[in-house]
Design a protein around this ligand. Structure first.
Ligand code: GTP
Ligand code: MG
Ligand code: NA
Length: 343
């Protein structure tokens, strides 16, 4: 039998925070995409999902020379909206994740939805890392594209370093007022009790390697049990969408288990349980956003964790935020239909 360490699924990481702190832009920076500029009003209004394969993470973090032993196959990142009207989507995102990134704008400090997000994460005992974003907006900032943060900091003028320290100290105080200890990640000697802060710029990429490495290392170090792959399907519907050429589809996050083309599934519907079978299992290409229209890869089967678009008959009345169940050969369909409607 495999050692559990050798059988880890990808951690699911949710990115949360106040509106316009740069959540989507940070993901664009990692993906090399431009999703944010395509959003209506620059505002995220849906939950997204992007799969980052381990090889991309290794490439992106190599300057840190951490000889990152990546035991996880990749990282599945869930993007959430920061606008105040989307509390339900933040709650849905945070309920799915193993770990989170809480994004704070260094020029603004803690804001109402930062605190709301923080409380959602605390309620579920979810570990998180603070990305202190927009460091490039410090007056006089010298850009060094995609560089590790310590290296970049050393190259900044005394004035920039002083402004950074002053803002950092204020933000650490604001976290303390919320009952949380936080510290710059490379000074943090008690991760687990003290939350780590990684300064970042989503525009020029400084600190992004640090953020990725910390996420992966922290999750594979402290969550082996939670991340050990299990065969039992655990799957949540994110969105119900009509897609040209595919009819009504559902975007789901598969947290555990395997889905196959042809699997009989049950999802919660507005007029009762929907029993159908998977016609096609689609994913965007790695490093592409599930919620953005594009070309899809077809799969015979997909193993967790992944963000997946499912096409099937009768999904018109499916309800987002509910569970997806697979009917196995030993299962009683009535029991599963009942379970699906309890969501
Ligand atoms: P919502 O999803 O709507 O809550 O916003 P968000 O947190 O995803 O922020 P978004 O990525 O939409 O960025 C908001 C604005 O801030 C955009 O104009 C970005 O270009 C800008 N921005 C994001 N990150 C940075 C950064 O690191 N530096 C600078 N200078 N601007 C940034
Ligand atoms: Mg966004
Ligand atoms: Na925005």
């Amino acid at each position: 039998t495999e050692k559990s360490e050798d059988n880890l699924r990808s951690p699911i990481c949710c990115i949360m925070g106040h509106v316009d702190t740069g959540k989507t832009k940070l993901l664009d920076c990692i993906r090399g995409t431009n999703v944010q500029e395509g959003e209506a009003g620059g505002i995220t209004q849906q939950i997204g999902a992007t799969y980052f394969p381990a090889e991309n993470i290794r490439e992106r973090t190599k300057e840190l020379k951490a000889d990152a032993k990546l035991k996880v196959p990749g990282l599945l990142v869930i993007d959430t909206p920061g606008h105040e009207s989307f509390t339900n989507l933040r709650s849905r995102g945070s309920s799915l994740c193993d770990i989170a990134i809480l994004v704070v704008d260094i020029m603004h400090g803690l804001e109402p939805q930062t605190i709301e997000s923080l409380n959602l994460l605390r309620m579920r005992n979810t570990e998180f890392i603070v990305a202190l974003n927009k460091v490039d907006r410090l007056y006089g900032w010298k850009t060094s594209r995609n560089a590790p943060i310590m290296k970049t900091m050393k190259q900044q003028s005394k004035d920039v370093q002083n402004e950074f320290s002053m803002r950092l100290t204020q933000i650490i105080t604001q976290f303390k007022e919320q009952g949380l200890n936080t510290e710059l990640y490379y000074k943090n000697r008690e991760m687990g009790e003290t939350y780590s802060i990684v300064p970042t710029s989503a525009i020029s990429g400084e600190g992004v390697p640090d953020l990725l490495l910390l996420l992966v290392q922290w999750s594979q170090k402290t969550m082996v049990e939670k991340l050990t792959y299990s065969n039992e399907v655990q799957c949540t519907v994110l969105e119900v969408k009509v897609v040209e050429g595919h009819g009504t589809t559902i975007d789901v996050v598969l947290v555990n288990g395997v889905l196959h083309e042809g699997d009989q599934i049950v999802v919660c519907g507005m007029q009762g349980p929907i029993v159908t079978s998977i016609r096609a299992l689609l994913t965007p290409h790695p490093m592409k956003e599930l919620r953005v229209k594009g070309t899809y890869l077809h799969h015979k089967q997909i193993k967790a964790a992944q963000g997946i678009k499912i096409t099937a008959q009768g999904l018109e009345h499916a309800i987002a935020g509910t569970g997806l169940y697979v009917v196995g050969p030993q299962d009683d369909l009535d029991d599963i239909m009942e379970a699906a409607m309890e969501d």
